[in-house]
Design a binder for this molecule. Structure first.
Ligand code: MN
Length: 200
């Protein structure tokens, strides 16, 4: 049985950038629903119940066809949100290896930020924008719906949830403003950990 991970901080601790109500609904309703639907799909294939959600979505072709779409969507939703929550913390300064790697790959932090915003803002409909490691190279990519880069053999380092459920209560139609505000709540210590683990 897959279960909802703890957030690890208070629902209001990202204010004013992400509001308490959005965080509460996003975590306890949206994330929980992905988990419930993933568990329901796996009832048809008990042999898959012991696998982690990451293992399930890593190679979707191995998933039986009758539940493949559910595993892709709800397993992906579970993996994405479990990855997302620890990435959020207010006003953490970028430092360490990830800072050097970003400067090396994108020229400067501002150039990285510009490109990450551009690609985030170009997502049509629901999806995510990611900083990923592809063969030890940092890249920025987007995915649709709840697709995760690990299904393409890439390792996510940072991601922003661009579904309306993640920002609409506070930002309404102004997704651009949400993307700008996101830079105030990136937990660069967690990004650094993700980067170091991925480089191993
Ligand atoms: Mn979401």
């Amino acid at each position: 049985m897959h279960t909802l991970p703890n957030l690890g901080y208070e629902y209001n601790s990202l204010e004013p950038y992400i509001d308490e109500q959005t965080m509460r609904i996003h975590h306890t309703k949206h994330h929980q629903t992905y988990i419930d639907k993933l568990n329901a799909a796996l009832e048809k294939h008990p042999e898959l119940q012991k696998k982690s959600a990451e293992e399930l979505i890593k190679d979707l072709n191995k998933i039986p066809e009758d539940i493949r779409t559910q595993v892709r969507n709800h397993g992906g939703g579970h993996v994405n949100h479990s990855f997302f929550w620890p990435l959020l913390k207010k006003e953490v300064k970028i430092s360490g290896e990830i800072s050097k790697a970003i400067n090396k790959e994108f020229g400067s932090f501002d150039d990285f930020r510009k490109k990450f915003s551009e690609i985030s803002n170009s997502v049509f409909g629901s999806g995510w924008c990611w900083l990923i490691l592809n063969k030890n190279k940092l890249e920025i990519i987007k995915t649709s719906n709840q697709d995760n880069p690990i299904s393409e053999g890439k390792i996510p380092i940072l991601g922003i949830d661009l579904w309306e459920h993640g920002f609409y209560l506070l930002y309404k139609n102004k997704r651009v403003d949400y993307v700008e505000a996101f830079y105030n709540v990136i937990n660069w210590n967690q990004v650094e950990n993700n980067y170091k683990r991925a480089m191993k």
